[in-house]
Design a protein around this ligand. Structure first.
Ligand SMILES: Cc1cc2nc3c(=O)[nH]c(=O)nc-3n(C[C@H](O)[C@H](O)[C@H](O)COP(=O)(O)OP(=O)(O)OC[C@H]3O[C@@H](n4cnc5c(N)ncnc54)[C@H](O)[C@@H]3O)c2cc1C
Length: 382
């Protein structure tokens, strides 16, 4: 159910102020320390950010997709690393449980996820199963009332802090592709589950990814999410929603970069006048503005369609493709508009330029979004 308009405005205003007053001032330090301070994480919990998309019955804010995207846009105005702290709880780490969990599973875990007491991760990717995610080899073999998991996942966001993983593993080694894959809710403390040290990354310092290994991890059959063989369906539906969320964050980052560019170009003088008065600078600002507006409209319209019950696989892929490519171009123009200042660390533009690069890769690369869009368009006949 949608929030009433006053509550929605209040929520957005609260997030906007939190971003401006608490997150923006410490962005550079977070990047340098590669860590978000504990007190900021506590404030995020207090604001309900870990539970944005968790139904109210289970302690969350129960936002619909449009509301979640509006909040995502606000969050995009600070370093995307901050969003990552609770991003898995709001998206890929919780939505399988929300959409496919039994009441008992939801009651057990969702309140803790909504409050932030439980951090979640979504473990699909493997060394040989990236874009070809249906090729997962992590094995879940039934043994009495348990499944025994063996295998390794990689690049798993928040795995270092997670106490609950949604893991996609192969229950039927004979079945080809996605049909032999099932989803499991795997608590961190089960014996045999290992988490590697974090990877060094190009951007979004403060957000971490790890390998996760399973060495004869016994998971009760009760923890299976959905039916046996439904795991790939779970993963794809989770990603439909996740893609829209990511696209909304891309819009927020682009809008922030535009504001930074306008402020800088109005202040910086060359040839005796602000560089904003040069039409070649204005052209870059106009292109960025137009693309950001187009992405905002696509994201919010797709979110509204999803809230109305429509299937949005095509539109969510299009929103992710367009918004993530768009913010890359906007960040590139921002570096250009800032000139040398865009390239050195002090102004934070080069950091955002690096931060946004991942949006074109995770939750399906741009090429995978193109494949999805083409497949669905051909299916629909146009
Ligand atoms: C920071 C970060 C966070 C991540 N978080 C998570 C997470 O929480 N959980 C999780 O499960 N995974 C996560 N991932 C993994 C991420 O989803 C994958 O990296 C991504 O899906 C791409 O897979 P890959 O890296 O194996 O690249 P590959 O699949 O090897 O792709 C390499 C290139 O080939 C292209 N390509 C592949 N197949 C095709 C095709 N059929 N047609 C055309 N081009 C193709 C790709 O588009 C890409 O350009 C994360 C990754 C990173 C870097």
């Amino acid at each position: 159910m949608a929030l009433d308009l006053d509550t929605r405005e209040q929520l957005i205003d609260t997030v906007r102020r939190f971003v401006a007053e608490r997150l923006r001032p410490i962005e550079a330090k977070v990047a340098e320390d590669d860590a978000v301070p504990a007190e900021i994480i506590e404030e995020m919990k207090g604001l309900g950010l870990f539970g944005l998309s968790i139904p109210e019955d289970f302690g969350g804010l129960g936002l619909n997709m449009e509301e979640e995207c509006l909040v995502g846009i606000e969050l995009g105005r600070a370093s995307p690393a901050f969003r990552s702290v609770f991003g898995t709880n709001v998206g890929i780490g919780s939505q399988g449980l929300v959409m496919f969990g039994t009441d008992a599973q939801k009651t057990k875990w969702l309140p803790g996820i909504a409050s932030g007491e439980i951090v979640t991760s979504f473990a699909l990717t493997e060394a040989e199963a990236g874009s070809d995610s249906a090729a997962v080899q992590t094995r879940a073999a039934r043994d009495g009332d348990d499944y025994v998991l063996n295998g390794a996942k990689r690049y798993i966001t928040n795995a270092g802090k997670a106490s609950l993983f949604t893991v996609m593993a192969r229950t039927d080694p004979e079945a080809k592709g996605g049909s032999g894959v099932s989803a499991f809710l795997v608590p961190r403390d089960l014996p045999g589950l290992g988490v590697s040290k974090p990877e060094k990354k190009m951007g979004q310092q403060g957000a971490h990814i790890h390998d996760v290994t399973f060495d004869n991890v016994r998971v009760p059959a009760w923890n299976r999410l959905g039916e046996e063989g439904e795991g790939f369906k779970v993963a794809m539906q989770v990603l439909d929603r996740g893609r829209l969320h990511i696209a909304s964050v891309c819009v927020g980052v682009a809008e922030r970069l535009l504001a930074d560019c306008v402020a800088y170009a109005s202040e910086r003088k060359q040839f005796g006048q602000p560089i904003a008065s040069f039409q070649l600078i204005q052209a870059m600002i106009a292109d960025s503005k137009t693309e950001a507006l187009a992405a905002r409209a696509l994201v919010l319209e797709t979110a509204r369609q999803r809230d109305a019950g429509a299937g949005v696989t095509l539109e969510a892929a299009a929103a992710k493709l367009f918004a993530s490519e768009m913010v890359g171009r906007v960040a590139d123009r921002a570096v250009q508009i800032f000139g040398g200042a865009g390239y050195v660390a002090d102004y934070g533009i080069e950091r955002l330029y690096r931060d946004v690069r991942i949006f074109r890769i995770y939750e399906g690369t741009s090429q995978i979004q193109q494949l999805v869009i083409a497949r669905e368009t051909l299916k629909r006949g146009g």
